[in-house]
Structure formats: C-alpha cells, structure tokens
Design a protein around this ligand. Structure first.
Ligand SMILES: Nc1ncnc2c1ncn2[C@@H]1O[C@H](COP(=O)(O)OP(=O)(O)OP(=O)(O)O)[C@@H](O)[C@H]1O
Ligand SMILES: [Mg+2]
Length: 239
C-alpha cells in the first residue's frame, strides 16, 4: 500500500533529513514509526503526503509512483488522509464544520452521509456536533482530527503523534478509535508515536528511525518482547 524506496529529502538544498529511507506498509496494517526527536519522523510523513517532494528515491501509494505529486492532488486522487502533529483541527469551527472542511471535495449529499457514518463510528462527535473544536478535550480533538481526515474515505492514513499530550485513559480511547477504523474500514495506517510501548500494542509492525534512516524493524510483539530493544529504543522494561 505504501512503499518508501531509498527516499532522500530535506527542507533546504544542502541538508538531507531523510537519508535513504526504505520501508513499506501492507494493506490494512497498522505500522508505527518510533525514534528520537528530530530523527525525521514527521518529515517522512510530510514527504509521503507530498508537502515535501523527495530529491531521491521513490514514494509508492497503491503501487503507483507518486513521488512528485503534491499534497492536494494526493488527498483528492490517491486515497490519502493526513493528520499533522500540530494544528490538526480548526478551533474556531464546530465539529460539523470541521468535518465539512474534510469533505469539501465531496458532493453535498455524500458529505452529509459520511458525517452520519462518522458520528456512529465516534459517538462523542455526534453528541456535540454543534460545539466548537476549541471547547473539546485533548482526546476529543484528536478524534475529531482523525474523523476529519476520514471524511473522503481514504484508504491510507498518516497520523503524526495521535496520542501526544493525552492521559493514559484518553490515549487508550484514541488508540481504540484507530484500531476501530482499521477493522471497520480496512484503512492502512502509518503513525508516528512517542508512546512506544502503548503504540506497539495496537500495531502489527514498527520501524525505529535514527538520523533519517531505518535503524531497526520488526513485528510489534517481537520488538516488545526483546529486552535489548526495550532498553535501547522503547524507553523502558515491560510491565
Ligand atoms: N519546516 C522545516 N524547515 C527546516 N527544517 C525543518 C523543518 N521541519 C523540520 N526540520 C528539521 O528536520 C529535522 C527532522 O525533523 P522532524 O520534524 O521530521 O523530526 P521528528 O522525528 O518528527 O521529531 P519530533 O519527535 O520532535 O516530532 C530536524 O532537524 C528539524 O529541525
Ligand atoms: Mg515530529
């Protein structure tokens, strides 16, 4: 579904942030990207989405080379949804209006139908659809950001730190919402997470990045059970 083949990318001509990144995500998998601050996790998601165009290597979505296709075309034509790390909802708008923004390419009747589907999938949004996003809790905002990206029924979703700043209980609600969308709608999910242990519990596989390349990869269970990996990369021992 997602293929990243030896991708080189950066924000300025002189400095490569991604230095030959290679990874893949299969259909309906949940794959997590881990790694220290500044190692290039968000940059990779931005490069897949097309905010940044790679200067080397290839980005494949559903088998098609989309390396040079900019973000607005990918969201419209490649079945891609993206939830950025910050500013992922419009605070001044209501829940309903946020979802309408997510569905602005859709026909009006389809947009309304999809909103009803998402209210059923995430009842917390349905209960408060006229509330402004600014009045939502951190967890509710993350669920709104997820739902906004789901409006056009993407087949691939990129999530940048969906559990950032959330308490353990709310973190589980957001992760449950992510698993739910994969199970219900068969969406392929690539997410960046700092809550490594928790993220691995809902993931199929993970990649640990270091300085713009893949340092380590494996099945989520296998990584969780590896004492050395836990100490070196996951910030702790198993509970
Ligand atoms: N818009 C930008 N312009 C120039 N450099 C940037 C920009 N965004 C990020 N960088 C640089 O790219 C590198 C990787 O940043 P990136 O945001 O991808 O890291 P990250 O792994 O997501 O980190 P974090 O865990 O803190 O979110 C950093 O050195 C950062 O300073
Ligand atoms: Mg980041």
């Amino acid at each position: 579904m997602i293929g990243i083949d030896n991708v080189v990318a950066g924000y300025t001509a002189e400095i490569d942030i991604l230095r030959g990144m290679t990874l893949n995500v299969q259909s309906a998998e949940i794959v997590t990207l881990l790694g220290p601050n500044g190692c290039g996790k968000s940059t990779l998601l931005k490069t897949i989405a097309g905010f940044l165009l790679p200067r080397g290597g290839r980005v494949l979505l559903r088998g098609e080379d989309v390396s040079q296709i900019p973000v607005h075309r990918k969201i419209r034509h490649s079945g891609l949804g993206f939830v950025p790390q910050t500013e992922n909802v419009f605070s001044a708008l209501t829940i309903r209006e946020n979802l309408q923004v997510g569905g602005h390419y859709m026909a009006k009747a389809d947009c309304a139908r999809r909103m009803e589907e998402l209210y059923l999938l995430y009842p917390v949004l349905g209960r408060k659809f006229e509330a402004r996003a600014s009045s939502l809790s951190g967890g509710e905002r993350q669920i709104l950001a997820l739902a906004r990206a789901l409006m056009p029924r993407p087949s691939i979703l990129l999530l940048d730190e969906p559990s950032a700043g959330l308490s353990p209980k709310v973190l589980h609600e957001v992760f449950d919402a992510i698993v739910h969308v994969r199970d219900q709608e068969r969406v392929t999910i690539l997410m960046v997470e700092q809550n490594a242990m928790e993220a691995l519990r809902i993931s199929d596989r993970a990649y640990v990045l270091s300085m713009g390349a893949v340092a380590l990869t494996g099945g989520a269970q296998e990584l969780l059970q590896d004492e050395k990996v836990r100490e070196l990369y996951l910030g702790g021992r198993a509970h």
